[in-house]
Ligand binder design. Sequence first.
Ligand code: EPU
Length: 417
Amino acid sequence: MDKLIIRGGKRLKGEVYIGGAKNAALPIMAASILASGLHSISKVPDLKDVLTMGQLLANFGAGFHYEDRNVFISTERMSKIEAPYELVRTMRASILVLGPLLARFGRAKVSLPGGCAIGARPINLHLTGLTKMGTDIKLDSGYVIAKAKRLKGASIYLDIPTVTGTENLMMAASLAKGRTLLENAAREPEVVDLANALISMGAKIKGAGESLIEIEGVDDLKPLEYSIIPDRIEAGTFMTIAAITGSEIIIKDCRPENLEALILKLKEAGLSFESFSDGICVAGLSRPRVADIKTMPYPGFPTDMQAQFMALMCVADGTSIIRETIFENRFMHVAELKRMGADISVDGGIATVKGVSKLKGAPLMATDLRASASLVVAALAAKGETTVHRIYHLDRGYEKMEEKLVKLGADVRRVKE
Ligand code: EPU
């Protein structure tokens, strides 16, 4: 297990290149199940979760090869339809294979993901939607066992605009007989990227990025040749790093139009923005101003940026209110930030953060992916040395974070525990 040792307080400067979006790459890799042949996907980030999805596909009998941000998947000889507990427990996004397996093979056996550090995270909406499309679903010994002769189109209203739920149903509906309407669908850019990938395979999808998605099922799809969008959460994390360290950073390969809520809030906190054709230059104040946030489904403020924004507010000039409305337990970073001297009180889903003038380095424990990122953000501005243990969480979602930070002039080292 690796840890990061960070000596904070340095002004950063330079350019950082943003990788492909993890949460777009995972569903698009799962979409390869839908068509027999050789798929090629580019701009795939070099992350643990990508390899886990690759292992899952290989476990079904597909060929998987990752090289220099390109993924090649051959799906002609898939022979198994079971996603085992050992793989699903390491990555909840494994549930994304359920819709595609059912649509292509009429059968799937996928381990139930169970809860995780940030909440219970049920998959009831995925299952209700698939049942409406004619699937017979049984839960047995921790597995979802699903069967359908051929999926049929249906009108499905999602009680919550679930991201992976929308993606699973969109993939299933692409090969179903007839038309599917997904109402109250998730509108995240990653859902749109998956829809574009499916359309490039021959799927008939309208309305991705809006609340109503219409999918006209087709009989078969062709293999993928697709390039993933940049990761908006990685870009947002680097913006927050500029804001907390009072630095000027040029963020390349990012799409600011996918980050509007965060950018408005960072502007409120004093970060200035200048756009170029291939990126954005951000510059922070010597001390951030306060801003309140409330996490919401896209286009609202992303829950995946809440922890990093809280780190920023820990040193802001005043008191801010942070409301988490997506996950019931996504304040695991609070206890760690408090160990650095942050003044935070939590009442249910609301955190009140009183800014202090300086945080102090401390030994810290990463608990989940975005919580880990928030600890790195805080450590970069703290006085003295911080050690972040268990950074395998960070490695699931940030590609070579410490190398990118070192290039910007930060004092960060990765050390084996
Ligand atoms: N929910 C249900 N029933 C369902 C599905 C979801 O009650 O059947 C609830 C969840 O418990 C949660 C809310 O709906 O309270 C929203 O969850 P959603 O299903 O949208 O989340 P997800 O699809 O499991 C994806 C991302 C997460 C990101 C969330 C919210 C992927 C692979 N994961 O998760 O990313 O936080 O959407 O935007 O796309 C991360 O990258 O760190 C991460 C956790």
